[in-house]
Design a protein around this ligand. Structure first.
Ligand code: NAI
Length: 462
C-alpha cells in the first residue's frame, strides 16, 4: 500500500498550491483529483475561462468603440463563436497542463479519482486505499441555485454552462448582480445579447464600497446592461426551448413575465464536500456547509485539515492559495499565517473594480475616525490617452495615525493597481508612505499616489 506524508484532496488553486508547497518543504505528497484535468473550478470552469472570454470581448468592444477614435479605420471584426470558445478551451488546456508539469517537477503523485477519507490516516481513491500521516481537504465549492429552479446547463445555466453556450443568446437573463453575474453579463452584452440582470437587493455587488457600487452600476448601464433591482425570481419555465421567467418586485409585490434564450443563475456558491466521508468521521460543518477548522486550519481530528472555499472566508482562488501555503507550513511545524485583512477582491469587468481592507461603511459601523483621499481617473494623463478615464481611486486612512485602512478602485487595471495598497497594508504603511513613493509617469498607478496625496495636503491633478 502506497504511503505518504500528506494527501491533499482537490487540485484547485488551494489544493495544487498546497501540494507544491508540501513537496517543497520535503513532504512525500499526493494530490487527489477526480476531474479529467488539474486546476479545479478556477482553471477549468471559472476564473481562467471567464477571463479569456472577457479579454476577447473587450478587444471586440475596443474595436467597435475606440478604434476609429484613434485613427484606426477599417472593418470591425465579426464574432466566430466556435473559434472564441476554442481559444478559451486552449487557454484552459495550457494552464492545466502547466500544473501537471509542476506536479511532475515536484514529484507529486496525482491520484486520479474522487477521494473518500476512511480514517485519520487513510484515503480511498478509485478502490485503492492510501496511507498518509496528514490529510488536507481542499474540495472547493459548487454553484448554489434557487429552490425549485433546475439547472440544465443548456437554457438555465450556472457559470459552468454560461462558459460554453451553444450559441450567443439574443436575450439573456442573469439572476444575481454579484461578481459572476456582472462578469459574464458583460461578456454577453459585448457579444450583442440583450442582458437583463435581476437582483434581489437594492445595490449591485453587496459588500463593496457604496461609492464604487453607484459608479459601477452607472457605467454598466451605459454599456447597455439592464438592471431590475429589488426583484426576486419566482419561477423559470422552459417552453419551446425558451425560458419564461416570472419575477416580482420586492416592495410592490407586482409580478411580471419575461422571455429569454438563456438564464444564468449566479446567486452564489456553496462548499462542496460530497463523498468525503466527513459525517462518518464526525468532522463538524457550519449550517452553511463549511468545514469547521481552527486557526491552524485543523479540523477536530488531528492531522486532518481543510482550506479554501470549503471553509469560512471569501470564496477566492488567491485566499485558497494563501491558506494552502500556510497550512503546508503548519504541517511541518512552521508558523504559516494568512492576513485576512489584506486579501484583495477584483471584478474583471471593464473598467475593473478592486478593493482591499475596510469599506467606509465598515469603518463607520466600527466608530473608526478616518479620512478619505479620492482621485478621479479623469485627472490621469495615461487614462485619458487610452479612453479609460472613468472611475476613481478611494483611499481610506486612519484620521490620527494616517495608517492605510482600505482602498477601493474602479478604473483601468484596478485589479493590478490594488496590489501596491495590499503591500502597503501588509507593511502597516501610512498614506504618506504611498504619497512619498515615486510613481512612474505616465502610468495608471499615479492615480493611487494622487489618492494618497489627497489624504494629506492634496492631490496635484484635481
Ligand atoms: P455573489 O455572492 O457574488 O453574488 C450573488 C448575488 O445574487 C448577490 O448580489 C445576491 O444578492 C443575489 N441573489 C441571491 N439570491 C437571489 C435571488 N433569489 N434573486 C435575485 N438575486 C439574488 O455570488 P456569485 O456571483 O454567484 O459568485 C460566487 C462566488 O464565486 C463568490 O463568492 C465570488 O467571490 C466567487 N467568484 C469570484 C470571482 C472573482 O474574484 N473575480 C469571479 C467569479 C466568482
Amino acid at each position: 500500500m502506497a504511503s505518504y506524508d500528506v494527501i491533499v484532496i482537490g487540485a484547485g488553486p488551494g489544493g495544487y498550491v498546497c501540494a507544491i508547497r508540501c513537496a517543497q518543504l520535503g513532504l512525500k505528497t499526493a494530490c487527489v483529483e477526480g476531474r479529467e484535468a488539474l486546476g479545479g473550478t478556477c482553471l477549468n470552469v471559472g476564473c481562467i475561462p471567464s477571463k479569456a472570454l472577457l479579454h476577447a470581448t473587450h478587444m471586440l468592444h475596443e474595436a467597435n468603440d475606440n478604434f476609429a477614435r484613434m485613427g484606426l479605420i477599417g472593418a470591425v471584426p465579426s464574432v466566430d463563436w466556435d473559434a472564441m470558445l476554442a481559444y478559451k478551451d486552449n487557454t484552459i488546456d495550457q494552464n492545466t497542463k502547466g500544473i501537471e508539469f509542476l506536479f511532475k517537477k515536484n514529484n507529486i503523485d496525482w491520484l486520479k479519482g474522487w477521494g473518500t477519507i476512511q480514517s485519520q490516516n487513510q484515503v480511498k481513491v478509485a478502490d485503492k486505499v492510501y496511507e498518509t500521516k496528514n490529510i488536507i481537504i481542499a474540495s472547493g465549492s459548487e454553484p448554489s441555485t434557487l429552490p425549485g429552479l433546475e439547472i440544465d446547463e443548456k437554457i438555465v445555466v450556472s457559470s459552468t454552462g454560461a462558459l460554453s453556450l451553444e450559441r450567443i443568446p439574443e436575450e439573456l437573463v442573469v439572476i444575481g448582480a454579484g461578481v459572476i453575474g456582472l462578469e459574464l453579463g458583460s461578456v454577453y452584452s459585448r457579444l450583442g445579447s440583450k442582458v437583463t440582470i435581476i437582483e434581489y437587493l437594492d445595490n449591485i455587488m453587496p459588500g463593496i464600497d457604496n461609492d464604487v457600487q453607484k459608479e459601477f452600476q452607472k457605467i454598466l448601464k451605459s454599456q447597455g446592461l439592464r438592471f431590475l433591482m429589488g426583484t426576486s425570481v419566482q419561477k423559470v419555465e422552459i417552453i419551446e426551448q425558451r425560458a419564461k421567467i416570472t419575477y416580482q418586485n420586492r416592495k410592490s409585490n407586482e409580478e411580471h413575465l419575461m422571455n429569454a434564450d438563456a438564464v444564468l443563475v449566479a446567486t452564489g456558491r456553496k462548499p462542496f464536500t460530497d463523498g468525503l466521508g466527513l459525517d462518518a468521521l464526525g468532522i463538524d460543518k457550519s449550517p452553511e456547509g463549511q468545514i469547521k477548522v481552527g486557526s491552524d486550519w485543523q479540523t477536530k481530528i488531528m492531522g486532518i485539515y481543510a482550506i479554501g472555499d470549503c471553509v469560512k472566508g471569501p470564496m477566492l482562488a488567491h485566499k485558497a492559495e494563501d491558506e494552502g501555503m500556510a497550512v503546508a507550513e503548519q504541517v511541518v511545524g512552521q508558523h504559516g499565517h494568512v492576513n485576512y485583512g489584506g486579501i484583495p477582491n477584483v471584478i474583471y469587468t471593464h473598467p475593473e473594480v478592486a478593493s482591499v481592507g475596510l469599506t467606509e461603511s465598515e469603518l463607520k459601523s466600527q466608530g473608526h475616525s478616518y479620512k478619505i483621499g479620492k482621485f478621479n481617473f479623469m485627472g490621469n494623463g495615461r487614462a485619458k490617452a487610452n479612453f479609460a478615464a472613468s472611475g476613481f481611486v478611494k483611499l481610506l486612512a486612519d484620521k490620527k495615525t494616517d495608517r492605510i485602512l482600505g482602498c477601493h478602485i474602479i478604473g483601468p487595471a484596478a485589479g493590478d493597481l490594488i496590489h501596491e495598497v495590499c503591500v502597503a497594508i501588509e507593511f502597516g504603511a501610512s498614506a504618506e508612505d504611498l504619497a512619498l513613493t515615486c510613481h512612474a509617469h505616465p502610468t495608471y498607478s499615479e492615480a493611487v499616489r494622487e489618492a494618497a496625496l489627497a489624504c494629506g495636503d492634496g492631490a496635484i491633478h484635481s
